[in-house]
Design a protein. Structure first.
Length: 188
């Protein structure tokens, strides 16, 4: 159980097919355990396919299409990783706009592994301190981010981590930042 209570806080999880399953299920459970209300948001309604590495995992029901989602209805955003998931989301204009809106509204955003790719395409990463899966390092630096190889990096409500191995630290910081609420330095 988390030391932070986020009862009643609504948290959007933005993802699509190819999500690294544990990077969805572990933070989702952490949010629930702390009293939060997670919602699965995706480009299309229906079901999406999770993966455990390169092997197919479970399917997940989509609660809300991103085109119909409004950041104003949520208190925070979580962006799980997975190469295929992140690569498809980063070029989806509705996903970019939804992500950017959380920064414009100064709300916590958390992203792990390949998830930070969408932060580049949403135009919110310049000057921010982040980490990610190591192969994104140059992409993030080229977009103006300050990248470091750390378990978890927190910058004004933006939480990033590298791999599933970092999930315990990532989840703790996700819940902490949500409990703190809006951050003035969280801007687009």
């Amino acid at each position: 159980m988390s030391e932070h209570n986020i009862a009643g806080k609504k948290v959007a999880f933005l993802l699509t097919d190819g999500v690294e399953q544990v990077e969805l299920t572990s933070p989702w459970q952490a949010v629930r355990d702390a009293g939060g209300e997670p919602t699965l948001v995706a480009p299309s309604k229906g079901k999406l396919q999770g993966f455990n590495g390169v092997e197919k995992g479970d399917t997940f029901d989509v609660d809300l299409a991103v085109a119909d989602a409004n950041a104003s209805d949520f208190d925070a955003l979580v962006l799980p990783g997975g190469v295929v998931n992140a690569d498809h989301l980063r070029v989806d204009k509705d996903a970019q706009n939804f992500t950017r809106a959380f920064f414009e509204q100064h709300k916590p955003v958390a992203s792990i592994c390949h998830g930070p790719w969408i932060l580049i395409d949403s135009g919110v990463i310049n000057g921010r301190n982040v980490t990610s899966y190591h192969t994104l390092q140059m992409d993030l630096k080229n977009a103006g981010a300050n990248w470091t190889d750390e378990e978890v990096v927190v910058d004004q409500g933006l939480v990033t981590s590298r791999t599933p191995d970092d999930l315990p630290a990532f989840n703790a910081k996700v819940v902490e930042e949500i409990s703190e609420g809006q951050h003035a330095g969280q801007t687009a």
